[in-house]
Design a protein around this ligand. Structure first.
Ligand code: GLC
Length: 445
């Protein structure tokens, strides 16, 4: 395994050189219509990566930005699911591939699970920054698919109408092996069939999930296939069923952003439906606030237990729009949740040299080099910073953005970084890391 030195280089490349490097990385990862996250580790199109990468493309090639979204939507299922991975073209270096998912007969082949629905929010942002006079033709063509996907989250993944949509596989949360999923994953049997992992051939095993977790990840992939993806059966029987706070607050934001787009384009009925879902979700998410901890939790709906592990997830509440936006000149008493979450933000920023650790170091599952158990993820920082800025916390947002760019300047375009040392970790030449740098530099850092 090649490891880049953790020591900050004295001569960080200047912004123009970094921008050039980011563009080159996206170009090199481009497979004609979609960018792979990292060529050897993840050689297909990933769902929330594509949404973020579209924003990166837009900073220098708007037409290519829209293609990224349109290619992702080619993978949408008839029931509305937009899959976590679209296998547009075969590649050897990834497990589990379309056959294991039982989806190799689809065109294009896909997985059978989804990922955090940031896409509608990113489409709204693309439209707002667009220089294309015909942009609404593109947006209009995307709206039915996006609406169908949101319907899928609210109906297939919340058949009892609770306001919280569930996931059945930790990979659907995007924070694949966060300690928050340890207890629900422990309820999942281990796969007993032989299988060959590919990730640890590309990236050192110390940065990737353990075998015990992988055995359960594989069990779930088999479980969905063996039930022929029957939504109701899986809801009733899946041993892992979790309402992830981060995913639900991202969905809430995306519902409102999609409602905005529908209103702008004259689809008023659809907008009303989306706002109804959003209101129901906001009310349900409010019940996940744990006053004694001063943060939000996720909910294991299979066992009826809160998952209170201290991760970055709670800090997405601003981005999701769960907290009040202070009116200008408002110096009344701060909303107690906002005050507690700001304290939580500072606690994360102080806990390690580089924020935001994906898991707080005082959490027992913390592991500084392993995937979602500690390292910093640039796109999470960016989402948290967007939410902070939108709620009047400009100084905190600026600090987080500057720290994120600092990590990238020193460590390069890696997948994630050690929160303790800044050491670049995971896959190299990573598309959404390049995209986040481009977005941050495009808007002045
Ligand atoms: C990993 C991450 C996931 C991401 C994917 C591609 O699986 O956990 O969030 O989408 O890599 O970058």
């Amino acid at each position: 395994m090649n490891q880049t030195s953790p020591t900050p280089t004295a001569s960080a490349p200047d912004d123009a050189a970094l921008i050039e490097r980011c563009r080159q990385t996206l170009r090199a990862n481009d497979r004609g219509g979609y960018a792979v996250p990292s060529s050897r580790l993840y050689p297909f199109q990933w769902n929330w990566d594509a949404a973020i990468n579209a924003l990166g493309w837009q900073t220098f090639d708007e037409a290519r930005a829209w293609q990224e979204v349109e290619w992702l939507m080619k993978g949408q299922w008839a029931d509305g699911l937009v899959p976590s991975i679209v296998f547009h073209r075969p590649a050897e270096s990834y497990f589990p591939g379309p056959q294991e998912w039982g989806c190799d007969h689809l065109t294009p082949p896909t997985t059978s699970i989804s990922q955090p629905p940031v896409l509608a929010s990113m489409v709204r942002r693309l439209r707002e920054r667009s220089r294309d006079p015909q942009v609404d033709t593109r947006v209009r063509a995307l709206l039915p698919g996006l609406l169908n996907w949101h319907r899928w989250w609210h109906e297939e993944r919340d058949p009892e109408g609770t306001g919280l949509s569930v996931i059945y596989h930790p990979w659907e949360t995007g924070s694949d092996n966060s300690p928050a999923w340890d207890a629900p994953l422990a309820q999942v049997p281990a796969a007993t069939r032989p299988y060959q992992r590919r990730d640890t051939g590309v990236v050192d095993g110390s940065m990737r999930p353990h075998k015990a977790e992988y055995d359960r990840f594989v069990y779930l992939v088999d479980f969905f296939r063996e039930r022929a993806f029957d939504a109701r059966r899986i809801y009733d029987e899946c041993p892992l069923r979790v309402a992830d706070f981060a995913l639900n607050t991202i969905l809430l934001r995306a519902d409102r952003d999609l409602a905005h787009l529908c209103t702008e384009l004259g689809l008023h009925g659809a907008a009303r439906q989306l706002l109804d879902w959003a209101d129901r979700s906001a009310a349900a998410l409010a019940t996940l606030w744990v006053p004694a901890l001063g943060r939000y939790a996720s909910l294991d709906t299979r066992r009826g237990r809160l998952l209170t592990q201290r991760t970055h997830a709670s800090l997405l509440a601003w981005y999701g729009g769960l907290l009040p936006v202070p009116a200008p000149g408002d110096d009344g008493p701060a909303d107690p949740r906002s005050a507690a979450l700001l304290a939580e933000f500072e606690a994360f920023m102080q806990a390690t040299r580089h924020g935001l650790a994906s898991t707080h170091p005082n959490e027992s599952g913390y592991d500084p080099r392993r995937y979602w158990r500690g390292p910093v993820w640039p796109h999470i920082n960016w989402l948290v910073a967007e939410g902070l800025a939108e709620h009047g916390h400009a100084e905190q947002a600026a600090r987080l953005r500057a720290g994120t760019l600092g990590l990238i300047r020193q460590g390069g375009l890696h997948e994630y970084f050690s929160a303790d040392t800044g050491e670049p970790l995971g896959g190299p030449d990573f598309s959404w890391t390049a995209s986040i740098a481009l977005i941050l530099l495009d808007s002045g850092g």
